[in-house]
Design a protein around this ligand. Structure first.
Ligand code: GTP
Ligand code: MG
Ligand code: ZN
Length: 340
């Protein structure tokens, strides 16, 4: 497909590293170019999203275009230069994966999900790092399961990151290790870190090197402290952006993939809870649990089994027999009810 050109200039290709109110920073080699979206791209990417039978298909208002953002942090894009130091994004190159989110400010219903499904927050993510604290408060394993499910649903590998390990008592450490053993057996890598004590920081650095990573975790879990610990000053940059914008709007108007000096980038995303499972259907939930995957289709009611009240459910049998962890199954039910 021919790329749109401005004054017959060939398009450049770069990485979207920052998004702020419909403006993007696109990095090409050592340059960072502020770009807007070309009108051609806007139309191409917005129209096919709406239901073809709806009025929206023909009448897409500008304010809606802002909601259905066609360009995400992490995108590889083609852009043309406008001659004043800026650029126009004319094409989004195919994505490997996408992390979706729900517009935190709107109270949309599920029926409207189609429009919002396409709200891509970050694209081409190499790995997600769901973070939960080791203690004070005690680890919230159900929340971890929610994050892991989100990553699974998006086809993004997850590396579990426990923070604040310095707060653990010996008994708590044992319980934590037992839980982590469960997750490691499921195939997830897990890091135990402390920003203040220095535990696990070398392993975290190694994990982040040369990859685009996304930090998932509630406010206060210690994301910024960890960034500061692995690269002094980086956490401060994250923080100053947040303060300028106001917390509630951080993810809606400003998103940035912060560059690490060692190579690699990190996207810090507060408030993961509200968008976590958006776009996932209850029927697809079990497939996001690695321990349930091999059993899918083997229940008496086959693919229609919801693995809750049905007789002859292979998953419930595996839980009863201890092959599937009961607490993980509890997480599954919690999420299923939410989606159902
Ligand atoms: N004991 C201990 N406290 C920590 C550690 N890391 C962070 N904290 C404390 O936890 C609180 C929150 O840390 P932040 O790094 O700001 O947490 P955050 O996840 O970035 O929070 P938001 O930016 O609000 O999403 C601060 O009071 C930190 O001092 C740690 O490794 N050990
Ligand atoms: Mg922070
Ligand atoms: Zn079943």
């Amino acid at each position: 497909m021919a790329l749109e050109t401005v004054h017959d200039q060939p398009a450049h290709v770069g990485l979207v590293t920052c998004k702020l109110r419909g403006q993007y920073l696109v990095q090409e080699n050592e340059r960072s170019i502020p770009c807007s979206i070309s009108n051609v791209l806007r139309k191409q990417l917005v129209y096919p999203i709406a239901d073809p039978n709806s009025l929206r298909h023909r009448v897409v208002e500008v304010k809606e275009i802002d909601v259905v953002d066609p360009v995400a942090v992490g995108d590889q894009v083609a852009f043309t230069e406008t001659g004043d130091g800026g650029g126009h994004i004319v094409e989004v190159l195919p994505r490997r994966n996408e992390l979706l989110r729900l517009d935190a400010g709107s109270s949309i219903r599920k029926a409207d999900a189609e429009l919002h499904l396409r709200q891509v927050m970050v694209a081409n993510v190499d790995q997600a790092l769901p973070m939960i604290s080791a203690a004070k408060p005690a680890p919230n394993w159900n929340l971890l399961d929610r994050y892991l499910t989100t990553a699974e649903a998006s086809g993004i590998p997850a590396v579990i990151c426990i923070t604040k390990a310095d707060l653990l008592t010996d008994a708590e450490r044992e319980a934590l290790e037992a839980q982590l053993a469960l997750y490691r057996a499921l195939g997830y890598a897990a890091l135990v870190t402390s920003a203040t004590g220095g535990t696990g920081l070398a392993a975290l650095r190694e994990t982040l090197k040369d990859r685009l990573s996304i930090f998932m975790g509630k406010s206060g879990v210690g994301k910024t402290s960890l960034l500061n610990a692995i690269e002094p000053g980086l956490g401060l940059r994250v923080k100053s952006v947040r303060e300028k914008d106001g917390r509630g709007r951080h993810t809606t108007t400003h998103l940035e993939a912060f560059a690490l000096r060692q190579g690699g980038r990190v996207v810090d995303t507060p408030g993961m809870r509200e968008y976590g499972l958006w776009g996932l259907e209850a029927a697809g939930l079990a497939a996001c649990f690695p321990e349930m995957r091999p059993l899918l289709g083997t229940c008496r009611f086959g693919a229609s089994c919801e693995h809750e009240a049905e007789p002859g459910c292979a998953i419930k049998e595996a839980v009863a027999g201890g092959a599937i962890d009961a607490r993980r199954y509890e997480s599954y039910l919690k999420l299923a009810h939410e989606l159902g």
